[in-house]
Ligand binder design. Structure first.
Ligand code: NDP
Length: 276
C-alpha cells in the first residue's frame, strides 16, 4: 500500500514539512510520499479537496491561510477544532476528518524548553490558527493575562470571543505603543518581520511599544535557518523559534494518519533541515 500525504498552503515552497514527513515514513517503514499544494485563494479549496479525494489522499496538513476556510470542506471535526474553529490536519477515510495538532506541538515546545507560563502575562501577535492553538495551551496552563495584537479586528474579535472566559484583550498595533510590559511575547502572525515597511510602521521604536521593558521569553512560531527577524527584535536571553513545534505537530499528525508515533530525534532533524 502506498500512502499519499500532503500540505496545502500559500508560500509553502520552502516548508520543512516534506522533509520531516519523509523522514518519519522512512523511519517507520511505511511506503508513501508527501507533496506540497500551493494555493493562494481559499475559495479554490473545495476543488482541490475533491481532486485529492479522487486520488485517495490519506492525510493532508493545512497551513496559512486555509486553517479556518478548510472547515467548510470537511465532514467531521474533533472537539478542539470545533472550539478553535481552526484545523491543521485532515485524515481522509471515506470522508474528511479535521484535527488540530498545533495544540500538541505548542504544548510540547513549552515542555521541551522548560517554559513555565503559569501566572505570566502574554502578548501574542496574530489571531489565526497558530495563535488560537497557542492560546488554548496557555489557557489550560493558567496564564495571568493574554493580549492579542492583530492586523484585522475581525479575526481578533473571533479569537477573544473564543477565549472570553479568561483575561484577554485585543490591541491593534497602534495601541500597543502605550502598553506596559509583558513576561512572554509570541509571534503567531505570518507577517514578514524582515519587511522594512512593516517594521517602520509598527516597530519604529520597540522601547516605546513595551514601555522599554524586555520580556523574559520570546517565542516565534516561524522558523528559519538562522535567528528569525521577530526573535532579533528582542534582547532577552530565552528565545525559541517554531522548529520544535513544527516537528512535534507533524509527529501528532503522523499518529492520526498511521495510529502510531514516528521515531525521530529532534536534533537530528534540525541538523538535516538546516544543512540542506
Ligand atoms: P493563519 O492564516 O491562520 O493566520 C495568519 C495570521 O497572520 C493572522 O492573524 C493574520 O492577520 C496575520 N497576518 C498575515 N499577514 C500579515 C501582515 N502582512 N501583517 C500583519 N499580520 C499579518 O495562519 P497560522 O496562524 O496558521 O500561521 C501564522 C504563522 O505561524 C505562520 O508564519 C505559520 O507558518 C506559523 N505557524 C507555525 C507553526 C509551527 O509548527 N512552527 C504552527 C502554526 C503556525 P489578519 O487577521 O489581519 O489577516
Amino acid at each position: 500500500m502506498y500512502y499519499n500525504l500532503g500540505l496545502v498552503g500559500y508560500g509553502v515552497d520552502r516548508s520543512f514539512s516534506p522533509l520531516i514527513h519523509t523522514h518519519f515514513l522512512a523511519n517507520s517503514n511505511i511506503n508513501g510520499g508527501y507533496s506540497v499544494y500551493s494555493l493562494a485563494d481559499p475559495v479554490e479549496l473545495p476543488v482541490l479537496m475533491h481532486f485529492l479525494e479522487r486520488f485517495r489522499l490519506h492525510g493532508l496538513n493545512v497551513t496559512v491561510p486555509h486553517k479556518q476556510a478548510v472547515l467548510n470542506s470537511v465532514q467531521e471535526a474533533d472537539e478542539q477544532v470545533r472550539f478553535l474553529h481552526a484545523a491543521n490536519t485532515l485524515h481522509f477515510t471515506d470522508r474528511w476528518h479535521a484535527y488540530n495538532t498545533d495544540i500538541y506541538g505548542f504544548s510540547r515546545m513549552l515542555d521541551l524548553n522548560n517554559i513555565d507560563v503559569s501566572g505570566k502575562s502574554i502578548l501574542i501577535f496574530g489571531a489565526g490558527g497558530g495563535a488560537r492553538a497557542a492560546a488554548y495551551v496557555l489557557a489550560e496552563r493558567g496564564v495571568k493575562s493574554f493580549t492579542v495584537a492583530n492586523r484585522s479586528k475581525d479575526k481578533a474579535s473571533e479569537m477573544t470571543d473564543i477565549f472570553s472566559g479568561m483575561d484577554i484583550n485585543y490591541y491593534n498595533y497602534e495601541r500597543l505603543k502605550v502598553k506596559e510590559s509583558f513576561d512572554i511575547v509570541i509571534n503567531a502572525s505570518s507577517a514578514d518581520y524582515s519587511n522594512k515597511l512593516w517594521l517602520e510602521h509598527f516597530w519604529a521604536d520597540k522601547s516605546v511599544i513595551l514601555g522599554g521593558n524586555m520580556p523574559e521569553i520570546a517565542i516565534d512560531l516561524q522558523y528559519g535557518r538562522s535567528e528569525t527577524p521577530f526573535l532579533k527584535l528582542w534582547d532577552c536571553s530565552r528565545k525559541y523559534d517554531g522548529f520544535t513545534m513544527l516537528v512535534e505537530q507533524a509527529a501528532k499528525s503522523f499518529e492520526i494518519w498511521f495510529g502510531k508515533m514516528p521515531v525521530y530525534y529532534l536534533d537530528n532533524l534540525r541538523r538535516i533541515a538546516y544543512t540542506l
